[in-house]
Design a protein around this ligand. Structure first.
Ligand code: S3P
Length: 449
């Protein structure tokens, strides 16, 4: 949804009620991170890229539009099947109007990186949520590489003009926070720079950019750095070659039916093709530590991204401590983990959640509010979230979604097992990442109306 679309529309509230056992087999939509990257790398490659299983959510569709505006040919050829004809590294054309990324930090920040390596200027914009999010974290390294920020709001916030570098400079950059978006922006700009661009991260973040760059023929190496980090080195000014990309199902979207099945008594569901890249599966590890039945089978891989079929059965959960170093591998899943923790017996302590404050909303505060209005005892202590699980949740609360898809879906999941259900004030933002969430959950037996 663009800035003006959002201002023009009415909110669409919904209530989730206590449901009977969830059952059935579903495939949640394609992974959002991989979908953005397939379009962007396809647009920077020479030749044709065919993508199957692309997530056709608003965030990714905005990235597709921006790739067109920058000169690539991007066509929908079938159900979730897309073709991209790229312009080559540093080949973007100057766009006619502003690039509007709607709600998507990933689309916006990755495209900033790609534009930074081209001798063009582009205006970046987004909705009210994206306009409030920090952009300095990507602009700082991109400026070191030679890009220049023209007009911008205070603190480098959107809308802003980015003037790409005519002669981008390769850098060695240590990311100040574990962020795949910062890492990816630097690597995408580095594609156009002569020599080696290096990113060092203290905690490894998702590595889809590295894996896909390799798949498209880039010269890139990634090695362990310290206890939990990585050092990634990309040699610039080589061409990328169009490739086929099969997008596995998004584990961050699978998280919602998974937690729903765990907390709704008697449930037994199957999710197919869920991506199981270890840098994305911190939630599965944590839920298993809590006593969850999540069984993996049919494990296979495509372009370095593993996937598996998951069977999930309702389980008695217990509270656990989630260590801070696990955060990058489950950064988008804490909201729904907090829902699972509310239904567990005992205290769950989630450590090191500072980054949650700068997501689509302040998710640390929003998670606490979501639980509190539904009768769950919860506390924020510094960057930690502490949830007192009592085995059941009273419910009956109205949850504010704050333009955040994951708040809406987490609250609805909570309502499926809460004594008095849960209402959300607006479901529209679910379409950014999981357009079929409501019908898919209903097909499993969820009471949503
Ligand atoms: C993403 C990286 C994460 C995540 C976001 C998707 C990506 O953000 O929260 O939903 O695709 O690179 P950060 O890199 O800022 O942590």
């Amino acid at each position: 949804m663009t800035h003006s679309d959002h201002q023009a529309r009415q909110p669409t509230p919904l209530e989730a009620r206590s449901s009977g056992p969830l059952a059935g087999k579903v495939r949640v939509p394609g992974d959002k991170s991989i979908s953005h990257r397939a379009l962007i790398l396809g647009a920077l490659a020479v030749g044709k890229t065919q993508v199957s299983g692309l997530l056709e959510g608003e965030d990714v569709l905005n990235t597709a539009k921006s790739m067109r505006a920058l000169g690539a040919k991007v066509e929908r050829t079938g159900d979730c099947a897309w073709m991209v004809q790229g312009v080559g590294v540093a080949g973007f054309a100057e766009p006619q109007g502003p690039l509007d990324f709607g709600n998507s930090g990933t689309g916006c920040r990755l495209v900033m990186g790609a534009v930074a390596g081209c001798p063009i200027s582009a205006v970046f914009d987004g909705d009210a949520s994206l306009r409030s999010r920090p952009m300095r974290r990507v602009l700082d390294p991109l400026e070191l590489m030679g890009a220049k920020v023209g007009a911008s709001e205070e603190g480098g916030r959107l809308p802003l003009t980015l003037n790409g570098a005519r002669d981008p400079v390769p850098i060695l950059y240590r990311t100040p926070v574990a962020s795949a978006q910062i890492k990816s922006a630097v690597l995408l700009a580095g594609l156009a720079a002569p020599g080696v661009t290096t990113v060092i991260e203290q905690e490894a973040s998702r590595d889809h950019t590295e894996l896909m760059l390799k798949h498209f023929g880039a010269e890139i190496v990634s090695a362990k750095e310290g206890a939990h980090g990585r050092k990634i080195a990309l040699t610039g000014q080589g061409e990328l070659h169009g490739a086929n990309v099969v997008v596995p199902a998004d584990p961050s979207s699978a998280a919602f039916p998974i937690v729903a099945a765990l907390i709704v008594q008697g449930s037994d569901i199957i999710l197919s093709d869920v991506m199981t890249n270890p840098l994305r599966t911190g939630l599965f590890t944590t839920l298993r530590e809590m006593g969850a039945f999540i069984e993996e089978s049919e494990t296979r891989g495509d372009a370095g991204e593993p996937m598996a079929r998951l069977r999930v059965r309702a389980s008695k959960l217990r509270g656990v401590v989630v260590p801070p170093e696990r955060a990058p591998s489950m950064i988008d899943e804490y909201l729904v983990l907090a829902v699972a923790a509310s239904f567990a017996e005992g205290t769950t302590t989630m450590r090191g959640l500072k980054e949650l404050r700068v997501k689509e909303s302040d998710r640390l505060a929003a998670t606490a509010d979501m639980l509190r209005v539904n009768g769950v005892k919860v506390e924020i202590s510094g960057d930690d979230l502490i949830v007192e699980g009592r085995g059941h949740v009273p419910g009956g609360g109205l949850v504010k979604t704050h333009m955040d898809h994951r708040i809406a879906m987490s609250a609805l999941v909570m309502g499926l097992a809460a004594d008095k259900g849960v209402k959300v004030d607006d479901t529209a933002f679910i379409a950014t990442s999981f357009p079929d969430f409501i019908p898919m959950m209903r097909s499993l037996g969820a009471e949503l109306s």
